[in-house]
Ligand binder design. Structure first.
Ligand code: AMP
Length: 188
């Protein structure tokens, strides 16, 4: 099974990634965490990404796509995965489909964690990450609306999209995700 979790800042992507990777026994991949770790260790990817992440801008597609192509070739994800933070643009979404079809694979479902902008702000304020300050958060929300919302239509057209009310507590969100995936026949 290959799942992606989509959502704005503070929508609970990281929390649901941990919960789903555990309950479905899948490798979990948080692209935001990978970038933060790369920045902390000043790797090549980290040095390239740092100026964008610190401002709340998206890292350019070429950098992300090149990185993800290599990441998805690694052994730990060969049997399936659940991923959050990628894709975040229409170009990344199309590219992910190309990469998967090169491997003879396809995306099982795209899970969209829908929350109000108010919830995005109040949850992000509680986290105190360097990119959660009000100004940077404004830009992240703006980029989410401009760049990521359009890919919902992309997955909707492919009948891959599952929309979840993520204003609820984490347990209820997880239960709704599992119930909706079950309905599609991908889980027993
Ligand atoms: P996140 O923790 O997922 O909100 O990601 C933190 C930051 O990493 C974002 O604000 C972006 O600067 C960068 N980032 C994460 N994933 C991507 C992506 N798929 N494309 C471009 N930038 C990304």
């Amino acid at each position: 099974m290959r799942l992606i979790i989509l959502g704005g800042p503070g929508s609970g992507k990281g929390t649901q990634l941990r919960r789903l990777s555990q309950s479905l026994q899948l490798t979990g991949l948080s692209v935001g965490d990978v970038l933060r770790d790369a920045i902390a260790h000043s790797t090549r990817l980290g040095l390239q990404a740092a100026p964008y992440v610190s401002k709340g801008e998206l890292v350019p597609d070429e950098i992300m796509i090149q990185f993800m192509r290599l990441r998805l070739l690694q052994e730990d994800v060969s049997q399936g995965w659940v991923m959050e933070g990628y894709p975040r643009t229409a170009f990344q979404a199309e590219e992910l489909d190309f990469v998967l079809s090169d491997f003879g694979q396809y995306l099982t479902k795209a899970i969209y964690l829908e929350v109000s902008e108010e919830v995005m702000r109040s949850r992000s304020q509680k986290r105190s990450r360097p990119d959660d300050t009000p100004e940077i958060l404004n830009l992240r929300i703006k980029r989410f609306k401009e760049r990521t919302i359009p890919i919902l239509e992309y997955y909707g057209r492919r009948d891959t999209l599952v929309i979840i009310d993520a204003n609820q507590p984490p347990e209820a969100v997880q239960a709704e995700i599992l119930q909706k995936i079950k309905k599609t026949g991908f889980l027993q």
